[in-house]
Design a protein around this ligand. Structure first.
Ligand SMILES: Nc1ncnc2c1ncn2[C@@H]1O[C@H](COP(=O)(O)OP(=O)(O)OP(=O)(O)O)[C@@H](O)[C@H]1O
Ligand SMILES: [Mg+2]
Length: 278
């Protein structure tokens, strides 16, 4: 058996137990409407009247050059930062708050080192959720759904990078968010773990059907996972491409490669024509 085959065999043994987490009916995703969004940092305008509508349940990938404002957009949608103008709304009700429906996963797992794995997942339930009688069970189920049901009592420090990210995913999933935003969640992982995590993200999304926003540098990752890819440039959406390819998508398939090339060409053309990020 080659190293790659050994790793893949190991992967299949740790496949998540979805039956555990998904006993309850899935919460539908929520639509997102962004209008005329403006964000300034000092004199610098990072988002400049950005418009974007994301239908409920869509898996949207956001790509663009470093510094173009991807994380800024994600943070504004998730309610983690204040905008300077414009509007972000969810679903039909203008009063829906991001903090009630959205969770974010970052490149760093941001686990509490003094709390065991299960307690770290419970953090995602919030105060009221943790106090609920089924809080602990739900956290255990979320952990099981990411293939780490047997690591509940471990300290985060003894987990691998990929396992820590799985815990972070369980923490994000445990409250059953209607919107899950990912900011380069797999950026620090090795290539094989990254592919494994991409498969996990896709299967979790297919089951739960939350609306997914994925910021990524990796165009191949965007094409592998997203229903639609937007490229951010000069503070707005410069390219908006639907990805109508069947799932699971096969790496190296002709249509996948063509789409990757089209997006990369766009990004690289901007680089060579001198458009910068400052
Ligand atoms: N808190 C902040 N204070 C000042 N400037 C900021 C702040 N956050 C972001 N910026 C600036 O806003 C611009 C967009 O940053 P942002 O982090 O959104 O980019 P990004 O597209 O996510 O880049 P990367 O791909 O490198 O993560 C950058 O020029 C950055 O320096
Ligand atoms: Mg960023």
């Amino acid at each position: 058996m080659t190293l790659a085959e050994t790793n893949l065999a190991a992967t299949s043994k740790t496949l998540p137990d979805f039956n555990a987490l998904f006993r309850e009916p899935p919460q539908p995703g929520v639509s997102i409407t962004v209008r005329d969004l403006i964000k300034d940092f000092g004199a610098k305008r990072v988002l400049d009247r950005l418009d974007l509508h994301v239908p409920a349940g869509q898996f949207l990938a956001i790509v663009g050059r470093s510094g173009c404002g991807k994380s800024t957009l994600l943070r504004l949608i998730a309610g983690l930062d204040e905008k300077n103008g414009g509007r972000v709304s969810f679903g039909e009700r203008a009063t829906t708050k991001a903090s009630d429906i959205a969770r974010v996963m970052f490149q760093e797992p941001r686990l509490l080192p003094w709390a065991r794995v299960l307690a770290n997942v419970e953090v995602g339930l919030g105060g009221a959720g943790r106090a609920a009688p089924d809080g602990r069970t739900r956290a255990q189920e979320a952990l099981q759904s990411v293939g780490l049901g047997d690591r509940a009592g471990d300290w985060p420090s003894i987990l691998s990078g990929g396992q820590k990210q799985r815990v972070a995913l369980a923490r994000a999933l445990v409250s059953r968010p209607r919107l899950l935003a990912f900011d380069e969640p797999l950026g620090a992982l090795d290539a094989l773990t990254r592919i494994e995590m991409q498969q996990l993200l896709e299967s979790v999304w297919l089951r739960e059907r939350f609306t997914a926003l994925l910021v990524t540098h990796d165009v191949a990752e965007a094409v592998a996972l997203a229903d639609r890819i937007v490229v951010i440039e000069n503070g707005a959406v410069a390219l908006d491409i639907p990805v109508d390819l069947p799932r699971p998508r096969r790496r190296g398939a002709a249509e996948v490669a063509t789409l990757e090339e089209r997006i990369l060409d766009h990004l690289l053309r901007k680089t060579t024509s001198g458009a910068g990020d400052t």
